[in-house]
Ligand binder design. Structure first.
Ligand code: HAM
Length: 417
């Protein structure tokens, strides 16, 4: 038997209703905040991700599904959506009419990480990006929007972690201070961090290995190195979050795993999902549009990890499954034809109905009706056809009554709506 690939999973009926509910709730809210949907390909030129996410990140170094296509062009299954949305924004000159664009997209991403609970190789994101706005009010607005989404979904026990990574003017000073500390503590760092210390020192800050944590206990903080403009920007973000009533904690270890960030970065974390605590990650990337060949236009965005949000939601909310409104138990050829026609007519009007088409006994059809969870069952056989009356059974009360076949569809239409 052929099984699915490790880290790739099926989302089955019964679970999928929860995904649909969350996606619909998020889409409605995003649209209320002025976001419009964009759909982008899952496959892109590898270079797009190397140039945006950064050559020296875990994602680009070891997690991408990259392969040559039949002509030898290097292609990559997208590990995230931001790079593609920025590419589309530039490629279609979406900035020409109005640089301010708010775009969202929902779909699968691919990273070859070690699979575990909450971490998959194909996972899903609700991804949103705002172009053309450098105001810190926008940073606070989108964090408020995320907090509102969690509230609408009934999810609590989440914390907004906030940091600023500065800009090309002030970050080098911070990096130099950090690099100095890392050199003094090389011996105490894990193997990964020793490598990171040389190539991407900021990433050492979010290493979870206790030895590294201890070695960095008095690491410098980016916020102490911010230039005046970045300091003012960050203060405004915090001030507006307070106005909007969104609680947050300042987290100077929050460096994120992608290199394009500038200034505000944030994550929404939860203690309810074990090691995979980040439900959402995002931040500003004011230089990315230009780095990918577009004009100098700022950007900010986030991605919600849908797999994790679904797991969180499952801890707090029931989502009712979908089931037919009526199940027809039809015995004999003529009755089956009639039931089949009714099912088609009802479905075309948006009312789901179901029947058995394999000539089962009435007893077995009733069992199937029970399993379908349809609240109503209609029974018709030769006798009922001859009489012109069908039997309608209310599955909750177990009461039965007869109804004329001629007016049956109307009766079902009215109860079905
Ligand atoms: P990210 O932090 O790499 O950011 O991913 C965002 C979220 O996707 C994470 O917080 C997590 O919930 C989920 N996620 C990531 N990897 C996995 C995985 N292997 N399995 C399950 N869930 C996962 C980005 O992707 C940025 N593009 C976000 C962004 C948009 N920044 C600006 N705009």
């Amino acid at each position: 038997m052929i099984q699915s690939i490790r880290g790739f999973r099926d989302i089955l009926p019964g679970e999928v209703e929860r995904w649909q509910h969350i996606e619909a709730t998020a889409s409605t809210l995003l649209q209320s905040f002025g976001f419009r949907e964009i759909r982008i390909p899952v496959l892109e030129k590898t270079e797009l991700f190397c140039r945006s996410i950064g050559e020296q990140t875990d994602i680009v170094e070891k997690e991408m599904y990259t392969f040559p296509d039949r002509k030898g062009d290097m292609l990559t299954l997208r590990p995230e959506a931001t790079a593609s949305v920025v590419r589309a924004y530039i490629q279609h000159k979406l900035f020409a009419a109005n640089p301010v664009q708010k775009l969202y997209t929902i779909g699968p991403m691919f990273r070859r990480e070690r699979p575990q609970k909450g971490r998959y190789r194909q996972f899903y994101q609700i991804n949103a990006e705002v172009f053309g706005v450098s105001s810190p009010l926008m940073d606070a607005q989108i964090i408020f929007m995320l907090a509102t989404l969690l509230g609408r979904l009934g999810i609590r026990d989440c914390t907004v972690h906030l940091n600023s990574l500065g800009c090309p003017a002030c970050r080098p000073g911070f990096k130099a201070a950090l690099a100095g500390l890392l050199t003094r503590h090389t011996g105490e760092l894990c193997e990964d961090c020793r490598r990171r210390a040389e190539r991407n020192p900021l990433r050492v800050l979010d290493c979870k290995v206790p030895g590294c944590r201890q070695a960095l206990a008095d690491a410098p903080s980016m916020v102490d190195h911010l230039c005046d403009a970045c300091k003012e920007h960050f203060a405004s973000v915090q001030n507006h979050l307070e106005t909007l009533g969104v609680p947050y904690i300042l987290d100077n270890r929050l460096v994120r795993g992608l290199d394009y960030y500038t200034r505000t970065t944030f994550e929404i974390q939860t203690g309810l999902l074990g090691a995979q605590s980040a439900v959402t990650g995002g931040g500003r990337y004011d230089g990315l549009v230009q780095a990918l060949g577009g004009p100098e236009i700022p950007g900010i965005g986030f991605a919600i990890g849908l797999d994790r949000l679904v797991e969180l939601h499952a801890l707090v909310q029931e989502v009712s499954g979908v089931h037919p409104k009526v199940f027809f138990c039809a015995l004999g050829n003529a009755a089956q034809r009639m039931a089949s026609e009714w099912i088609c007519r009802l479905a075309a009007e948006g009312i789901e109905a179901e029947m058995d088409l394999s000539d089962k006994s009435l007893k077995n059809q009733m069992k199937q009706a029970d399993r379908s969870l349809a609240p109503l069952v209609v029974m018709i056989g030769e006798n009922e056809l001859a009489e012109g009356q069908a039997v309608i059974r209310d599955m909750a009360s177990r009461e039965q009554h007869k109804a004329p076949i001629a007016g049956l569809l109307d009766v079902l239409r009215n109860t079905g709506k």
